[in-house]
Write a protein that binds this ligand. Sequence first.
Ligand SMILES: [Ca+2]
Ligand SMILES: [Ca+2]
Ligand SMILES: [Ca+2]
Length: 137
Amino acid sequence: MMKIKATALLAALALAASAASIVPATAGHNGCEAMHALDPDHDGTMDWHEARRAAKHLFYALDPDKDGTLDLREVSGRVGILSFARFNPDRDRTLDMHEFLELVKYRFERANRDNDGTIDCRELNRLAGLRLLRVLQ
Ligand SMILES: [Ca+2]
Ligand SMILES: [Ca+2]
Ligand SMILES: [Ca+2]
């Protein structure tokens, strides 16, 4: 009886663990899956050139009025108010392309833990990598 209970408990735990590992993927936070779109030369990593390209693409997508700037509302869920203020040195309430790319570059460098100039999917899956991902796609 005890043995059956323990087995059932283990099965439940295993199920919970696999469910937990599935959640980030379905929520779009799986760095390794995201890497496909961010690695057009298919060398398995994202260099700054590739990240910059994705970031510029996102900038245009988030700027539907095409005024060349992003306000706090347009980057909500991607850039917090403190980051926004930090990368908006001219305090004009918007991020222009240059300011936005400075922010992305900062997150890129934070995410690149081994300092090898590229982001691999393991790095992308860490917290700093997910923060970077939010300003890339
Ligand atoms: Ca690449
Ligand atoms: Ca600005
Ligand atoms: Ca790296």
